[in-house]
Design a protein around this ligand. Structure first.
Ligand code: PA5
Length: 446
């Protein structure tokens, strides 16, 4: 089971800069209210908690078809529809495309160079495509879908559609309509489950199965941690403590930047997934804290100076992997050079974990708050725990702040300006607003 060690957030270590047990106790009413919201029936969006007991046989079946019939697997989606799949891919199958088939491409950004590159290195007739969009209207995803649909149709005619799997709302949206009209293979994202809470739905599970990961193992991990993460007693609930501590650091200590630093390349994209979840869920009505994704040990040589001696506005969250699943010994050579000879005989796993511990200690000595999630190993079971733990923690923290952790009105606003600029019907006023803004922007130019 993953474990949260939050000692370095507390007064015992940080003295007056830490959070005291008394401060947490004083939050009891607010915590109880947030607990009731998270475990009650008021929010259809809590459906993400039901994903842990879903039947994955259809996902496994289609994945098998994809594995047997494709050289490449192309995921089209953005935001929650891409970050979760990418986190799974990078955590559980590093260097995937150099080692395994089908290769996997995740196309999220509307970058023409990337699209051209993907098209130029794949044989379209041997690509299986998974287009993922809950709304069925996100411009980036639908544009890439239209490009790939066209390429498939030109190359394979009617049969092109057989290479597409659409993952979308069960009833609504353009993609659902196209899928119904053209008879595409489909998966549903349950109506209540929003993009950033969807990694353990077919959004992430199809990719998992395609790369040979048993989605059941991801879900088993999530199911096993669920009772802990919904325990009403804050002192027994790592998700509630995680949220409560970051909330208190923000509200009472003005520390409103949250660095997530995994000490494992495999979790680099997991940190990016978390940052979207945290930002979009909490950043509203003037509330929220700014997460930023980092990587250990790399950012010790880039960001750490700022965290140690810069503004006292951060809490650092370490992700520490106990067993990296592989190790490499440093050879005992250059024995006459004291400056490097000490490394010989140790291993890279020892080095990376020592660096994590050293950084944790250095921050704590400098009274800089930090906490550590200990992960026994990066496998599907523990990754499932991590996803669910942070989804529960994030939704809970949203309720602590008194915001709706499931909507994203700010994102919708930017989408509507894009629709206006690209000429979508019904968004003419948005287009005019963009034109007025362009005129204002022209004032100061060098
Ligand atoms: O978390 C969210 O809801 C968003 O980030 C969406 O995932 C993102 O905007 C893409 O939306 P959709 O899945 O509707 O294409």
């Amino acid at each position: 089971m993953i474990e949260l060690n939050f000692s370095n957030m507390m007064t015992e270590v940080l003295e007056e800069k830490g959070i005291s047990e008394r401060q947490i106790e004083a939050m009891r009413d607010r915590i109880s209210r947030a607990h009731c919201e998270l475990t009650g029936k008021n929010w259809p969006e809590l459906a993400f908690q039901d994903l842990i007991s879903q039947d994955t046989s259809a996902v496994a079946e289609i994945a098998e078809w994809i594995r047997e019939n494709s050289d490449d697997f192309l995921v089209l989606g953005i935001g929650g529809s891409a970050l979760g799949p990418r986190a799974i891919l990078e955590a559980l199958s590093p260097f995937h495309n150099l080692r395994k088939r089908p290769r996997v491409f995740i196309y999220d950004n509307a970058d023409p160079v990337t699209m051209n590159s993907i098209l130029s290195v794949t044989d379209i007739e041997k690509v299986a495509v998974n287009v993922i969009t809950k709304s069925g209207s996100t411009a980036e995803t639908m544009a890439s879908f239209m490009i790939i649909w066209d390429a498939l149709s030109k190359s394979m005619g009617e049969n092109g559609k057989d290479r597409i799997v659409a993952t979308t709302d069960p009833q609504k949206g353009n993609l659902r309509k196209i899928a119904g009209d053209r008879g595409l293979k489909t998966f549903s994202i349950p109506p209540g489950v929003g993009g950033r809470y969807s990694v353990l739905s077919p959004v992430g599970l199809l990719l998992a199965e395609v790369i040979g990961v048993k989605s059941k193992d991801l879900l088993r991990g999530a199911a096993d941690i669920h009772p802990k993460c919904s325990d009403p007693e804050v002192w027994k609930n790592p998700a509630y403590l995680f949220g409560t501590l970051l909330y208190l650091m923000d509200r009472e200590e003005k520390r409103n930047i949250n660095v997530m630093i995994p000490y494992s390349d495999s979790l680099k994209f997991f940190a990016e997934w978390f940052c979207q979840l945290w930002s979009e869920s909490l950043g509203k009505l003037g509330a929220g804290t700014t997460p930023y994704p980092s990587l250990g040990t790399v950012d010790q040589h880039s960001q750490l100076q700022l965290w140690m001696e810069g503004p006292e506005d951060k809490s650092v969250m370490f992700l520490r992997v106990e067993d990296h699943g592989a190790d490499v010994k440093v050879p005992e050579i250059f024995k006459d050079m004291d400056g490097i000879a000490y490394l010989g005989g140790h291993s890279l796993a020892e080095l990376i974990n020592s660096e994590q511990e050293a950084t944790e200690l250095a921050l704590s000595r400098n009274k800089r708050p930090n906490m550590t999630v200990h992960i026994p190993c990066v496998d599907p079971y523990h990754l499932g725990q991590l996803f669910h733990f942070l989804e529960m923690a994030t939704a809970f923290t949203g309720f602590l702040y008194g915001v709706n952790p499931f909507n994203q009105p700010g994102v919708e606003e930017s989408k509507s300006f894009t629709y206006g600029m690209m000429g979508r019907k019904g968004f003419e006023e948005r287009r005019e607003e963009v034109e007025r803004a362009r005129a204002r922007k022209a004032c100061y130019r060098l």
